[in-house]
Design a protein around this ligand. Structure first.
Ligand SMILES: [Mg+2]
Length: 109
């Protein structure tokens, strides 16, 4: 379970935190190209897929969960650097999805 301090944070707080941590670790001495940041998000999803493909049953889900955390942290970091309001975007998109109907109007997947 996450700590109380962590649970009191907003998504945009997490974006700022991820950016600050990356900055402290030397990853933002210059503004990073947004395409590179997206590629790094992809790389974490690929690591999750590799865990699903190769890990033994006893370690697979914890490993996948860690890689999905990495995906979120990469996204938070990019939103922190580019000052994107992820929180409002997610709220708006979820409201939009609610209204899209059964399988979003008949899509197969
Ligand atoms: Mg990773």
């Amino acid at each position: 379970m996450a700590t109380e301090a962590f649970n009191s944070k907003t998504l945009n707080d997490l974006c700022s935190d991820a950016f600050e941590i990356a900055k402290q670790n030397g990853w933002h001495e210059e503004k990073r190209d947004f395409g590179t940041l997206i590629a790094l998000m992809h790389s974490e999803l690929s690591e999750a897929l590799e865990a699903y493909r190769k890990d033994s049953e006893d370690v697979m889900w914890p490993h996948i969960t860690e890689e999905l955390a990495d995906v979120c942290i990469r996204i938070f970091n990019a939103c922190g650097e580019y000052e994107l309001d992820l929180e409002t975007a997610i709220e708006n998109k979820m409201e939009k999805n609610k209204a899209r109907g059964y399988k979003y109007g008949g899509r197969r997947i």
